[in-house]
Ligand binder design. Structure first.
Ligand code: NI
Length: 461
């Protein structure tokens, strides 16, 4: 399978629209039917090899709902700590490894240099910081959940094992270094931002809505929360939604040209209901992060913004703010005496026929919606991932970039880099969206008004 972007020109050679297509069948939901919901956290590792932790946590939460139990406080703390460790790992990968060469060396730097090796040559300390920050996330995940990602650590009712004091101390000892890296990288970004004015304007500066989980008081949350939609003016349009009611608020178009589900905000309909999830959506939806350094950064971003922050390109900066928040919050969670409690599991039988698990994954809100029979065997599985929810906005962003950078009916390398860069600002996980194994190659096609192929470029993932 591969992902394909089609940019269509009209009669006058202007960009008419752009579409992301993913040519991989979604068989996973059907494949799960007939299995026990208790197996799902283990099976989730197969949904996506890139973000297994997010699916593990969403699946365990759907399981909690099927058991109709409240999980012990220690399990709640540890699941949130794992989500935050994953956030650091995933954002470090996105910022330094995938986007860093473009952001820090420039979109017009020679292709042979726009990679991690080129970054290591030009800015060796930055490349080293990227590797160390990602390693912090990986090692914290391992300290909490065992081997890189132990697929049976989170289970319906809680977690499989308590946290050892030694593992907690190892994570806490590594926090100050990781936090220093995140802060100096954010300072570097801010120095660089004026030179990226073009990208800030043209890379997905879009109208539309934002969705995120928040706490009851509006604080950002990486554990359990309620759904909130805000609009481009920053006004709350729906709030306090129990995630199990998601179908009342989110409709899904099954785009025949793509196997990617394209969800939309139901009250506005498919044409006007596009919304974004992920770091930018969280920043816009949450009243605050609830930790001092991240709150100051959110306030700085909001200063002078009229309404919500709309440029998807700023998601790069917000990822660094979220890493700072995670590194402030992890010690608060793990220093809680309850974090080492041996009581980490509630046990019960199946007490409901439907269970929904909803979490803020690094790339945005995801839903696992399970229906089971009397024996707890799955009869219906519906998975809604972040990349699918961003599909309509990604199409609009690609069209916007193409309008600005595609000239004379061809894809020159500068335009191609910028289209890729615009997609990377969303940090999509095409593996999640299609359940393909690993990353997929991207193909960009430029087509004329009659559908004729004008230009074609293909990139390894
Ligand atoms: Ni994924």
């Amino acid at each position: 399978g591969h992902a394909k972007i089609t940019i269509r020109l009209d009669d006058r050679g202007e960009v008419e629209d752009a579409r992301l297509h993913v040519t991989e069948l979604r068989g996973f939901e059907k494949f799960c039917e007939g299995r026990s919901f208790r197996e799902m956290p283990v099976l989730t590792a197969r949904i996506c090899g890139i973000c297994p932790v997010a699916h593990l946590l969403a699946s365990a939460r759907a399981g909690d709902a099927l058991l109709a139990v409240e999980i012990p406080p220690a399990a709640r703390l540890l699941r949130e700590a794992l989500a935050l460790a994953q956030l650091v790992q995933s954002h470090a990968l996105s910022f330094f490894h995938l986007s860093g060469p473009d952001l820090l060396l420039g979109f017009d730097a020679p292709e042979a240099r726009r990679n991690l090796a080129g970054l290591a040559d030009a800015l060796p300390e930055v490349a080293r910081d990227g590797i160390r920050l990602r390693r912090f996330g990986q090692e914290a995940i391992e300290a909490i959940a065992g081997r890189r990602i132990h697929p049976s650590w989170a289970i319906p009712g809680g977690v499989a094992r308590p946290l050892a004091a030694e593992a907690r101390d190892r994570i806490l000892a590594a926090v100050p270094d990781a936090l220093a890296i995140a802060r100096r990288t954010l300072a570097l970004w801010k120095r660089r931002e004026p030179e990226l004015a073009d990208e800030l304007r043209a890379f997905g500066d879009l109208p539309g809505l934002f969705l995120s989980l928040v706490r009851e008081d509006g604080t950002a949350v990486f554990g359990e929360g309620r759904l909130r939609f805000v609009d481009e003016l920053g006004a709350i349009v729906a709030d306090g939604i129990d995630p199990s009611d998601w179908r009342a608020w989110i409709g899904e178009t099954a785009d025949p040209a793509s196997y990617l589900k394209a969800p939309f905000f139901r009250p506005r309909g498919p044409a006007r209901g596009a919304y974004r999830v992920g770091p930018l959506a969280r920043l816009n939806a949450a009243a605050r992060y609830g930790t001092p350094l991240a709150d100051a950064e959110q306030a700085e971003l909001r200063e002078g913004a009229r309404g919500a922050i709309r440029s998807t390109f700023l998601a790069h900066r917000v990822r660094l703010v979220e890493v700072i928040h995670a590194l402030e919050r992890i010690p608060a969670l793990l220093e809680d005496p309850l974090a080492l409690s041996p009581d980490v599991q509630a046990s019960a039988g199946r007490n409901r026929r439907r269970g929904v698990g909803c979490v803020e994954a690094p790339r945005g809100t995801i839903f696992h919606d399970y229906e089971v029979d009397r024996d707890g065997l799955l009869t219906g599985v519906d998975l809604v991932v972040a990349t699918g929810q961003n599909a309509l906005a990604m199409n609009a962003a690609v069209a916007q970039i193409a309008r600005r950078f595609v000239t004379a009916g061809r894809l020159d390398p500068g335009a191609l880099n910028r289209i890729e860069g615009g997609i990377r600002a969303f940090d999509p996980c095409l593996s999640c969206a299609t359940h393909a194994a690993g990353r997929m190659p991207l193909r960009i096609e430029l087509r004329g008004p009659g559908g004729e192929l004008l230009d074609l470029l293909e990139r390894a993932p």
